[in-house]
Design a protein around this ligand. Structure first.
Ligand code: SF4
Length: 78
């Protein structure tokens, strides 16, 4: 069984930028799979789907208030 370096192991993370820099924790080098903030593209898509589903399930008035306050009146979950 081969050992991956932290850089290789974390290449699936959506926050990994060029030069093994972490875009989430600015100026830090990626620490690899032990990182609790690591998120793969598949995990990110699932989280977005859960968020959209949750937002769409809220009462209409609450959706309108959130849209107005945080999204310039748009409802990106619809
Ligand atoms: S969030 Fe963690 S795994 Fe992802 S790039 Fe940053 S340090 Fe690496």
């Amino acid at each position: 069984m081969s050992q991956q370096t932290p850089d290789e192991a974390a290449t699936e993370c959506i926050w990994l930028a060029e030069g093994s820099v972490c875009e989430l924790m600015k100026s830090c080098r990626c620490c690899g799979t032990d990182c609790s903030f690591r998120r793969t593209p598949a995990q990110d898509r699932r989280a977005a789907a859960v968020w959209q589903s949750h937002m769409a399930s809220l009462p209409e008035e609450q959706q309108r208030r959130i849209a107005k306050k945080y999204y310039g009146g748009n409802m990106p979950w619809k």
